[in-house]
Design a protein around this ligand. Structure first.
Ligand code: ADP
Length: 661
């Protein structure tokens, strides 16, 4: 039903129009309401917002038709007005049309003329309405799509973030178990857990990367680097995978390429994704990484490099060459089954290349091979600014020796991993707290050198604890370096840590070198990578276990055969064993069960390092007994045996450390 508002000060007109359209009104095609002037019309519109058409006289008392029109125009109402004017009053009609009237009719009103005009007006109103409805619908759909894309990204980011934390525990514990002399059959299973969790972590990192790139949160770094280093890292990694295949992996770098300035991590990631795929999808032939210097596109301080990753593999069908860059897309449904993968690699590579203002291209022929290429313009860098990447080298933890480190984390697993990793690599004293409040208490009672602080914790979280320390402690404790130990890698979170007063952050799961390096950096200690060219010790299994107490197999593995390091750890053990024995003996005399428990607890990692499996196991039982009984009389002999075993071990190790000198 069309609702028509008739505005006229002449009562006759109301009757006339009602009469004219009696049939339409009776059949409920039209409904009509009447006002005597513009003001009344506006009031009626308040209560009748569903009016479709206005028929309005021009000359009326109180508010005339022109004023009504100009008000309605400003309100941007969708209704259209048809003006009724005296025949010949052209100037009013022109004014009305200028003010936005849709049409006009003249008095005396001709029924047919009015009827056609009303229908025409209604049609236009309906068209306008439906186009607005359509626009609204489209806008709503677009908003919904954007919103759901945003939710999806946020969900992926949150989920991957959440998964990283327990993965930290899985990987960390697996590494610890692998380092604790597992049996052959256990090594097999542990390796399986390790490989699977690494794969899972890679996928999670891919998802996190994608969501970071897509939400514009990824910023490229600008640091000096050597391209040949990146190429050799990629080639080395790829060669490991290709070893079982009949493939030659080579890299070709143009000599004219200088030191470059850019984001080596992201470039590595792009090349690694492409080269990883190349090896994955090639069974025979070669994979080549190529970097050409494009002189014509280089000038002054800039060099443009064209990168290509070329393989002689299965190729990509022409119709798939566009879609493979889409997320989760694989050229063949059977690819996941045959080759593994998630279909994220190329999407990340593409987006990272685009972040460098470039495009990735693919040329491929089925059965012959594939070439992925892209060009990036880099600023030239300087050799003295190149930091050693050292990805394959291990950081020497002895730089932290003597430090008192407080580890704050509500998850026991995480505390143990941080503690064991630190204790295995350096001679440090570790304090453990499971929330901010405990941390504050420990800090007030001890001279802590550095705090590793988890962020999310019950009772008092890491931000609160940090702010408390910064605001309420006296110097120097107020300035103690606090490093966030967090699974969150989003920029906002890192910012939040810094704003709370933390000095730096270490992403979980951390690499040993990252942990040591970040602590050292914040304490202004010079951390060094262990020199992998150091003489690698060749020691037969059980060389030092003449009496069966120590076994250096584990330590050798832990130090990757580095003789210097092995000797250092042995020395630490020997040096600390005499004072330890003395303390335990004294405490036995004084029946100080709790102190003995602490000493046993503290000695555990060192015993493990020296392969003293039996004694290592004993510490758990003895410690537990001391803590629960508070009296050592019953286990005095066991404790004395324990002490003598340490002395024996120390003698054994002294003999070992004298060898070869
Ligand atoms: P994934 O390798 O994890 O499946 P990617 O995004 O890296 O995911 O690759 C998407 C798909 O593109 C692959 O599944 C494969 O079908 C195809 N593809 C990528 N690189 C190559 C290549 N070098 N040779 C043949 N096919 C390839």
């Amino acid at each position: 039903m069309t609702k028509i508002l008739v505005v006229d000060d002449e009562e006759d007109l109301e009757h006339l129009i009602k009469n004219m359209f009696r049939k339409e009104i009776n059949n409920k095609i039209y409904s009509m309401i009447f006002a005597r002037n513009g003001k009344e019309a506006l009031d009626l519109l308040e209560t009748n917002p569903d009016v479709d058409v206005i028929l309005s006289d021009i000359n009326m008392p109180v508010m005339d038709g022109l004023e009504l029109l100009s008000i309605l125009n400003k309100r941007d109402l969708l209704l259209k007005s048809v003006m009724i004017s005296a025949y010949g009053d052209m100037s009013s009609i022109r004014n009305a049309m200028n003010l936005g009237a849709f049409d006009f009719i003249t008095k005396p009103i001709d029924r047919q003329d009015l009827s056609i005009t009303i229908e025409k007006t209604i049609q236009t109103v309906q068209q306008a309405r439906s186009s607005i409805e359509m626009n609204n619908k489209l806008r709503l759909e677009k908003d919904n799509a954007e919103q759901s894309e945003k939710f999806k990204r946020q969900f992926l980011a949150n989920m991957s973030h959440e998964i990283r934390t327990p993965m930290n525990a899985v990987l960390g514990f697996t590494n610890i178990l692998l380092n604790r002399n597992p049996r052959e059959d256990q090594i097999f299973y542990l390796d399986g857990i390790k490989k699977s969790s690494e794969t899972l972590l890679n996928i999670i990192n891919d998802i996190l990367d994608l969501s970071k790139i897509e939400s514009g949160k990824l910023e490229l770094e600008s640091i000096a680097f050597q391209l040949k280093e990146i190429f050799s890292q990629v080639v080395n990694l790829v060669k490991r995978v290709s070893a079982e295949k009949d493939i030659e992996v080579t890299s070709l770098i143009n000599d004219n390429i200088s030191v470059l300035k850019g984001d080596p991590t992201r470039l590595f990631q792009i090349l690694m994704n492409l080269a990883g795929n190349a090896v994955k999808f090639t069974n025979k032939g070669s994979v080549t990484l190529q970097a050409e210097y494009l002189e014509e596109f280089s000038k002054d301080d800039f060099q443009t490099i064209r990168f290509s990753v070329i393989d002689t593999g299965i190729g990509i069908p022409a119709d798939k060459q566009k879609t493979i860059f889409e997320k989760f897309d694989q050229a063949n449904i059977s690819d996941t089954r045959n080759y593994g993968g998630t279909g994220l690699g190329l999407s990340i590579a593409k987006q990272l290349v685009e972040l460098h203002n470039s495009q990735i291209e693919v040329e491929s022929e089925e059965g012959k091979g594939t070439r992925f290429s892209f060009s990036i313009q880099f600023q030239k860098g300087h050799l003295h600014n190149v930091q050693e990447t050292n990805q394959t080298k291990k950081m020497d933890g002895s730089v932290l020796n003597g430090l008192k480190i407080l580890v704050v984390d509500d998850v026991e697993y995480n505390r143990i991993i941080a503690r064991d990793t630190l204790e295995m690599n350096s001679n440090v004293s570790i304090f453990l707290a499971s929330n901010g409040q405990e941390a504050i208490k420990l800090l007030s009672e001890n001279d802590i050198d550095v705090i590793l602080m988890d962020v999310q914790m019950p009772e008092m979280n890491g931000y609160e604890a940090t702010m408390y320390i910064r605001n309420n402690f006296e110097k120097p404790k107020a300035d103690v370096p606090i490093l966030a130990l967090t699974a969150g890698v989003m920029r906002e979170e890192v910012e939040k840590c810094k704003n709370a007063g933390m000095n730096d952050y270490i992403p979980k799961p951390f690499k040993t070198s990252e942990l040591i390096g970040t602590i050292a950096k914040n304490l202004h200690l010079k951390a060094e990578y262990s020199d992998t060219t150091t003489k690698v010790i060749e020691i037969e299994k059980g060389a030092s276990n003449a009496s069966g107490i120590t076994n250096l197999e584990y330590l050798i593995g832990f130090c990757e055969g580095n003789e210097e390091k092995i000797k250092k750890y042995v020395k630490i053990f020997i040096d600390s064993s005499a004072p330890l024995c003395e303390k335990i003996e004294k405490a036995i005399q004084e029946n100080d069960a709790i102190f003995i428990a602490d000493l046993l607890h503290g000695s555990r990692t060192k015993l493990n390092m020296m392969g003293m499996k039996d004694q290592f196991e004993k510490t758990f039982v003895l410690e537990e007994f001391c803590r629960t009984n508070g009296d050592i009389t019953e286990i005095k002999n066991n404790l004395l045996t324990f002490v003598s075993e340490i002395k024996l071990a120390s003698g054994e190790l002294k003999y070992f450390s004298l060898q070869g000198e």
